[in-house]
Design a protein around this ligand. Sequence first.
Ligand code: MN
Length: 240
Amino acid sequence: MHPVDDVTDYAIAAPTVTTVPVVGTDAVFPVARVFCIGRNYAEHAIEMGHDPDREPPFFFTKPADAVVPSGSRLDFPRQTQDLHHEIELVVALGEGGRDIEVDDALEHVFGYAVGLDMTRRDLQAVAKKAGRPWDMAKGFDESAPCSPIRTVQDVGHPDEGAIWLRINDEPRQEGNLDQQIWKVPEAIGYLSTLVTLRAGDLIMTGTPAGVGPVEPGDRLEGHIDGVGDLSVSYEPATSG
Ligand code: MN
């Protein structure tokens, strides 16, 4: 690793940094990596056919450039006939670390946002059945829409409050942050035993019940009390 200022001879143009707006400032949050928790609400675990009481937390990732801003008009993803929505609380880390104590974990949080863990459920089903990785089901282009981040100074550490998703004004997912099996400090602590966390990492903290399909032309609106709102729409299907 070289300090950026020392490097003047990249062999190709350096990748751009994906950023997320921060409410109340012109500064933007640079995204390092995106970690996601699976099955973190009991009713969603049940709807996916699992026992919520018997699992330690597990994680998967998306590339940083899967993050796209609220208000985006998105191309319908390729290679799927079963795109699903998962509305989630997103934790933005302002400090990294490893083996972070649960009691200290919230000191590492910069802020919170509303996110969507878009999922090619058909590809995920194939991967699960074959014992293959989930990457192509979860980490595809534009698979992580994210609202502007609200800082901890602005919203504190939300651990209860409504979380919902509507499609074309129809309610699809409704839950409450207090239904999370692994709370934010526990998730940070556990994840930091698996990898060294970095400032700039985002953690998508799982989705409540009610996941389901998204069609071309749909408009998705998500909300978390106190944290904010997120909206994206998919391009309509092209005929012919
Ligand atoms: Mn998810």
